[in-house]
Design a protein around this ligand. Structure first.
Ligand SMILES: [Zn+2]
Ligand SMILES: [Zn+2]
Length: 722
């Protein structure tokens, strides 16, 4: 018997256990780094990954043997191990915790026999489809490129294995540029693979079909959270084995092992959904850039409204910048070859748009919908309240209806009304478990908390004073649809939000109905503002967007601008409609600079204003942030934990270039009877912040023992909100 090898194994253990590094186990046979294993941990048997590097052999400590290993799975490659190592270090999580969290869940429970059965099933299915005769489809001839698309492709090619920010207005044909880059990458060598990341909500069957249709000779797989666990494993394996050449996925796909990786595309790179908000809080966009550098492959970040972080880097020359400012024809139109490429400045030629605007359209927003700002305070208030929809907007909706065109009403609040209210005693439908109102849902007459999920039937009378006349306050999408239907009884109104799309397949079905022209007016939350290409839509209205202007969240204004510009892009996707399309904004602050920038479709100008504000306030991208959060039964317990943590920080030399702010309640202080308190850590230097976190956090692991009542604590590096 040969002496057993000692191996480092990364095991799944949550952050609070303080188990950040791989543990040591013995094995009779040498196992390559990246091999999936099962190992004993305490009294349990847990999955793990044999890690790279040497194992630490503790003195006087009996090492336990690896219980089993998967021989049917090729070991995870070294660059994957390096990626996970980097992400775990940067986001301050355990290597094993992150590694197991980003692998397909099925791999945690399957043994060799189980995996063999799966592989036999996949092989049989592949054989069946081969026998059925794979249609010898030739790739469709790609559409003719517009001059700006050609220029962008040349810029990307010139940048080579670097990062390029593609700033392209909605409808300028970014997707076609992505597809050309994929084509180029796949032509590079026979094993080449391309990774295409999109926000969750944009990953529609239409997009999948479009990509698959473009590459009929290649295998295209998708990776996202809506797949069943077996589907996800099959697609992941195809990528890992190099059998899939194009991987289309959401943020979790950034961790796909891709032996032939030749290109990464991040569509809508500014989208907040790229940041994981639970567990290991990583940014898939930032990891994509890191991975591109690691593998020396091009990374393409695309957006009509880039994140300020990426925009600054492009201005500094750290990213190449390719700009497409002309909205020509919709991609679908180009795809179908239905229209020859429209003249560069379609809008400028149209007499209507020249008359309507104060200035004639400049190339910067040619073909974009006209902005109509409605001053809600200037309207008559018959019952002490401004009308839901301005009469002029209702008239514009009616016109669209008469012409058989579609409209979109955007309201970022689902449910019927945000709160139920008793006028007699002032009672409001608060959630007993959270510092939030319970939202009134009329459809099933329930009061539902959107944070802890508590749902109850609406009381018949006020719970405090017995008054029967309790009424909804404010407005959600459900109420807006109802009011709209009353104003325009002949219109076919549909609503798309998180409530209407809860059932599997519901969103795709509802979107299909809009595309098929079965809907005249669509009411929705930000879900519908992104990505979808509604061909007959010529009017988009933001019903009440003002909240984003004055939020305490420092990114709110950046997000609102992106949302409204994206929503505007839903109107007039077809070149023929561009001159007639409109974006309406109902506001009480018509002179706000954000709306002025929106009117000019001036992303760069608005970004400059925001960057000046951020610089003055010392906020990202001019500083680097981390949030330490503690959750406890009582707020005082969480605060005491954070104060103790701050005292420990003061002892560290690494704390010198770092500022620690006092502990404050989370903006949503209580959820499900747990109090949440947070402390902001800030530094001008990313490296200094990282060095400090590495020195500080290990000292915090023993603290919960002294602070009874603290349920959990976690750090969020580069938080989206503070
Ligand atoms: Zn009352
Ligand atoms: Zn609640």
């Amino acid at each position: 018997v040969s002496p057993a090898t000692v191996l480092p194994v990364a095991v799944e253990a949550p952050q609070y256990t303080g188990l950040l590094r791989p543990l040591s186990y013995t094995s009779e046979q040498p196992l390559a780094p990246g091999t999936l294993v099962h190992v004993p941990l305490g009294k349990r048997r847990v999955p793990g990954v044999v890690w790279r590097g040497s194992a630490e052999v503790p003195e006087n400590n009996e090492l336990r043997p690896v219980a089993a290993h998967l021989t049917r799975l090729p070991p995870l490659p070294d660059d994957w191990l390096a990626l996970v190592e980097f992400a775990a270090a940067y986001y301050q999580r355990g290597i094993g915790e992150l590694a197991l969290a980003v692998l397909p869940p099925e791999l945690r429970r399957l043994d060799d026999a189980g995996l063999a059965r799966r592989q036999a099933r996949w092989a049989a299915a592949a054989k069946r489809s081969a026998r059925a005769g794979a249609p010898a489809v030739l790739p469709p001839s790609p559409p003719e490129l517009l001059p700006e698309q050609s220029a962008a492709l040349a810029r990307i090619a010139q940048e080579g294995a670097g990062t390029t920010l593609l700033h392209g207005v909605t409808g300028s044909g970014k997707t076609e540029v992505y597809l050309r880059c994929v084509e180029r990458a796949l032509a590079g060598h026979s094993q080449a693979q391309a990774l295409l990341l999109v926000p969750e909500i944009n990953l529609t069957p239409q997009l999948e079909a479009r990509v698959a249709q473009r590459f009929p000779q290649h295998r295209v797989v998708s990776l996202h959270s809506r797949l069943t666990p077996p589907q996800r494993l099959a697609n992941w394996m195809a990528a890992h084995n190099g059998q899939a050449q194009v991987v289309l996925g959401t943020r979790l796909a950034v961790f796909t092992p891709l032996p032939g990786l030749a290109l990464i595309v991040v569509d809508e790179e500014h989208d907040a959904s790229y940041k994981q908000q639970e567990g290991a809080r990583y940014s898939a966009r930032d990891l994509a850039v890191w991975r591109g550098r690691q593998r020396a492959v091009p990374v393409l970040l695309g957006s009509a409204t880039p994140s300020l972080e990426s925009w600054v880097r492009a201005q500094q020359g750290r990213y190449a910048l390719a700009t497409m400012s002309t909205r020509a024809a919709s991609p679908a139109e180009l795809e179908a070859g239905a229209a020859s490429p429209a003249p560069a400045h379609a809008g400028a030629a149209s007499p209507t748009s020249a008359q309507a605007g104060a200035a004639s359209p400049t190339p910067a927003h040619a073909g974009m919908p006209r902005l109509r700002l409605v001053d809600m305070l200037a309207l008559p208030h018959p019952r002490g309240q401004p009308p839901v929809l301005a009469p002029a907007l209702v008239a514009a909706l009616q016109e669209r209806l008469a012409r058989g065109e579609q409209s979109l009403l955007l309201l970022n609040r689902r449910g019927y009304a945000p709160v139920l209210h008793c006028a007699a005693c002032g009672w409001k439908s608060g959630c007993p478990n959270c510092s939030a109102w319970r939202v009134f849902h009329k459809i099933d007459r329930s009061l539902r908390c959107h944070h802890c999920g508590l749902a109850q039937a609406v009381p018949r009378a006020c719970l405090d004073c017995g008054n029967l006349d309790i009424a909804p306050l404010g407005r959600g999408t459900e109420k807006l649809s109802e009011e709209l239907q009353a104003l325009l009884p002949q219109a076919r109104v549909a609503r798309i939000d998180a409530d209407s799309t809860r059932a599997a397949g519901a969103l795709d079905a509802q979107l299909a109905a809009v595309h098929a022209g079965e809907v005249d007016i669509l009411v929705g939350t930000q879900m519908v503002a992104k990505g979808h290409d509604f061909r007959r839509m010529t009017l988009v209205a933001a019903v009440n967007p003002d909240a984003g202007l004055f939020s305490s969240d420092f990114r709110a204004s950046e997000r609102l601008f992106a949302l409204l510009l994206q929503a505007a892009g839903r109107a007039g996707r077809s070149a023929a409609q561009a001159s007639a399309s409109e974006m309406w904004i109902q506001t009480q602050h018509p002179r706000h600079p954000l709306y002025a920038a929106l009117e000019r479709h001036d992303y760069a100008g608005h970004a400059q204003t925001l960057l000046a504000e951020r610089q003055a306030a010392g906020l990202p991208p001019f500083s680097h942030l981390a949030l330490l959060r503690a959750d406890a039964k009582q707020a005082e317990q969480a605060t005491a934990f954070l104060q103790h943590a701050a005292e420990l920080a003061a002892l560290l030399p690494e704390a010198a270039p770092v500022a620690l702010y006092p502990a404050v309640p989370h903006p949503l202080a209580r959820v499900a009877n747990v109090e949440r308190v947070q402390m902001l850590v800030e530094s001008r230097s990313r490296q200094a912040l990282q060095r400090f976190l590495w020195a500080w956090l290990p000292a915090l692991h023993p603290l919960p023992r002294q602070h009874k009542g603290v349920i959990r604590w976690a750090v969020d590096v580069d938080p989206m909100a503070i």
